[in-house]
Write a protein that binds this ligand. Sequence first.
Ligand code: SR1
Ligand code: MG
Length: 405
Amino acid sequence: MTDFSTEYFTMNEEQAIEYAKEKLDFFKQDAELTCKEIGDGNLNYVFHIVDGKYGDSIILKQAGPVARISDEFKLSPDRNRIESDILKIQYEYVPDHTPKTYQYDPVMNCFAMEDLSDYEIMRSALIKHEIFPDFADHITTFMAKTLLLTSDVVMDHKKKKDLVKSFINPELCEISEDLVYTEPFYNCERNEVFPATRPFVEKEIWADDVLRLETAKLKFEFMTNAQSLIHGDLHTGSVFIKQGATKVIDPEFAFYGPAGYDIGNVVANLIFAYANGQATIKEEAKRNEFTSYILQSIEDVIDLFKQKFGKLWNETDMELVATYDGFYEYYLNNILKDTAAVAGLELSRRIIGLAKVADITSIEDESDRQQAEENCLTVAKYFILERGQYKTGADFVSLVKKVFQ
Ligand code: SR1
Ligand code: MG
């Protein structure tokens, strides 16, 4: 019998079944369990465990000691505690868009959660050019609630500081500090630039000192602005979706950071989907339908977020000074500025850096991919350099349309 109680090790499928039988208070005694490891992310092992006899099923997620993408990244498996704790908080605020979690195990660094296998990872669905009309509504509900209700605007400041402590996430933050804010903006060894795009990157990104300075300011903002308990990695690979339903998963990069980090990630990853649709859908009517849907979603993400954030702000008891005239506008404008900047950073790092997105890498034709990448980088530069100018959904969309036309 395997000992799961004393020492951490990474499980295989057989051991995950044993673990489920022994440790999880979930399956029936005479369950007939099978298991498949389905993790396709960069960091973790995800076991889908199914009882063939009664039909119950669950997900068991275990943090490995190093990233799957590269063993250069040594990561504390404690991130699994952070993920399981933040999922509980998010579930309290937005149960409709957060998976339910069950047991967390601090020895094996794993937790069990609701099986969402009737959902699909949103990035994969968007690469097939599926359309989800409710996504912007759902994701803005998720972001307005989680980003406002965990902040000093609403929370007791001592309780909020306790949460800041509990969500100190140094190793995962270091990955973002390096991969998002630093490496893409110089000729770093770890970057992986598509050869055809390299001359553009050298001239437009690496040789631009003004851009570099702005990324330095933004990195310090990321490291020091403990504004909200953010998801920290809210790209379309962190969203499980089906028609009419959306669940946000994988918040292991969570920490207290700038609220606009989450919104900017959503916007950038919709732009990757747009770039993919524009480059790969051959039939004009279908291409227009998909790209228009993406543009509408970008516009709605910004405008619905503002609407819901404002409504919640007005309905919630808050810190006295936050009620002073003009403070709301000041606070929201900063979030929107960070949103534009982070959209630019995410667009840059997924093109130049180590961690790619399939929306772009799956574009087979070399010159189509080069064009898509250069367009993303052009949009990125505007977002970073002129980040104070994007205040409405229409502002974000008109830049994308102008660059990709
Ligand atoms: C080493 S991890 C690379 C990337 O995968 C995660 O999903 C984050 O986006 C991270 O930057
Ligand atoms: Mg992830």
